[in-house]
Design a protein around this ligand. Structure first.
Ligand code: 5SP
Length: 216
């Protein structure tokens, strides 16, 4: 299983150190949550921070756009150095067009759905995706509790993925920690986004080891 470290709960005053500590600890990707205060009730950052993070790590940058009409900013995030760009199916009238545009920009394309969106929303687009991101909390904030019914949804998404596009990775996002990581892995997640269970004032290497030990 791959771990994508979400910087949302990192100390932004020491962001370079936090990211480099995560890289040394062995996380696989850096996950960046872009929020617009409209699609989700929180604001974070835009391409300028992605560009700054690009300069301090060689890890793949996994950019999760929680913004309405994300197609307006795809070029900006691609040029800032994103490797993966994920848009929400609920945030655009034209998710297929957005996914194709991300791929035309030479990036891996992801589609995300919220906990209240039926899994079937993935079905028409799965053949075009590199990543299918299932929110396992309501998006907007780090440190929330994993929604238990997500586990059955991960199993359902795995079945869809295996049928329609075995090369697409299943990414789960929200509330993944040492208590829940085993369950999401068993259900079929390939990548876990982890924020507060990695960036919490304790050494990232110890936190990552605790997650990996559950999977041994
Ligand atoms: O997208 C989001 C929140 O909207 C996530 O990426 C969180 O950043 C995950 O944080 P934890 O639940 O792991 O603390």
């Amino acid at each position: 299983m791959h771990f994508a470290a979400s910087i949302l709960t990192a100390d932004f005053g020491r962001l370079r150190e936090e990211i480099q500590e995560a890289e040394r600890a062995g996380v696989d990707w850096i996950h960046l949550d872009v929020m617009d205060g409209v699609f989700v009730p929180n604001l974070t950052f835009g391409p300028i921070l992605v560009e700054a993070v690009r300069r301090v790590t060689a890890l793949p940058l996994d950019v999760h756009l929680m913004i309405v009409h994300p197609e307006r900013y795809l070029e900006d995030f691609a040029h800032a150095g994103a490797d993966h760009i994920t848009v929400h199916v609920e945030a655009t009238y034209h998710p297929h067009r957005a996914v194709e545009r991300i791929k035309d920009l030479g990036k891996k394309a992801g589609l995300a759905i919220n906990p209240g969106t039926p899994l079937q929303a993935f079905e028409p687009l799965l053949p075009y995706l590199d990543l299918a991101l299932l929110m396992t909390v309501n998006p907007g904030f780090g440190g929330q509790r994993y929604i238990p019914t997500s586990t059955e949804r991960i199993r359902g998404l795995k079945a869809l993925r295996d049928r329609l596009n075995p090369g697409c990775l299943i990414e789960v996002d929200g509330g993944v920690n040492a208590r829940t990581v085993g369950e999401v892995y068993q259900a079929g997640a390939d990548v876990a986004v982890v924020g507060s269970a990695l960036f919490n004032g304790r050494p990232v290497a110890d936190n990552l080891r605790a997650l990996r030990e559950v999977l041994e």
